[in-house]
Design a binder for this molecule. Sequence first.
Ligand code: TXA
Ligand code: MG
Length: 350
Amino acid sequence: MGERLEIVAADDAGIARAAAALADGQLVGMPTETVYGLACHAFDAAAAARVFEAKQRPSFDPLIVHVASSADAWALVGGAAENQSTLDERGLRVARVLAEAFWPGALTLVLPRPECVPGIVTSGLGTVGVRVPAHPVARGLIAALGEEVKKRGRGRADLPGAVAAPSANVFGGVSPTRAEHVAVPCALVLDGGPCATGLESTVVRPTPEGGVVVLRLGGVTLEQLGEVAGEANVTLAKPGEKLASPGMLERHYAPRTPLHLVSKLEQIDPGSLGGQRVGVLTLTGERGRGMGFAAAEVLSARGDLVEAAANLFAALHRLDAAGLDVVVAEAVPDEGLGRAINDRLRRAAG
Ligand code: TXA
Ligand code: MG
């Protein structure tokens, strides 16, 4: 933390430099439409180990593998998916339907792990999370890495470019949605501008029965999954099933400043906050005005949950830098992206 990182323009030269760094086994801050990732070459176990170290991430929490296209995703896991009983025909069919609907985009599919992905990337699981990001810089970088690896005469000719990338924050902290937020050691950060979605991907596990288990809510909503896979087939992983997605800890996405989540701002007793510097985070900013807060963040003045999601982490970063004693956040409507926003706020409150 606190280290100065080199932020590089994401032009052709910047992408080529970043691809070379990845091929060398170094780490790169990579923009995606969800959040910035801390990328390494997905087939390089030593580089993946450096990701865990840089993030101070426990080794039981697997990384997502990113590829440049759906075709590349199936080239990566195809053999494994077809040969394994963990995802028979029906599971594979639902995976393909979801990929068709949401890739490139904010959906991670948990699929059988192929041999080429080292065990450290998946924390020893028999599955791998795979995503095709929509951000052109991410896809450009992944494709350039694939070329670079081939140029160096390394790697298998049949394998696509692939990077493993968790969000580029220290483990448990607030995810970066701008290049300047990235605060983990890496060779360079490619500047792809502010993230359009602003929430991590939705992580789902297709089941052999043709169902879809949602392990983490994110940029693709439950409603959208229901429309594509059939509402009755989509279920939320139970809290007890936490280890199904090892990253879903109760305290996560957390600013350093203590954060309280309330369903209505009126619930706070101003007397209980006496003398403290209190910041507030609300959806529209209508409530809380004139309540004497030291800092206020409004996620979307017009109450648009898509805009709110895109602003959430930047707002938390700003509140964290404002020298406050405490932040009070008001839950947003629990629908669409609001569900994922509330999930992040709950975990930030721990
Ligand atoms: O939008 C995103 O998903 C961002 C960008 C960079 O792509 N990445 C991201 O990665 O949020 P991370 O590492 O912060 O979160 C990955 C989540 C964790 O909750 C992890 O447990 C889960 O995905 N995950 C990864 N592989 C898994 C697997 N094989 N089985 C179950 N859960 C998995
Ligand atoms: Mg994360």
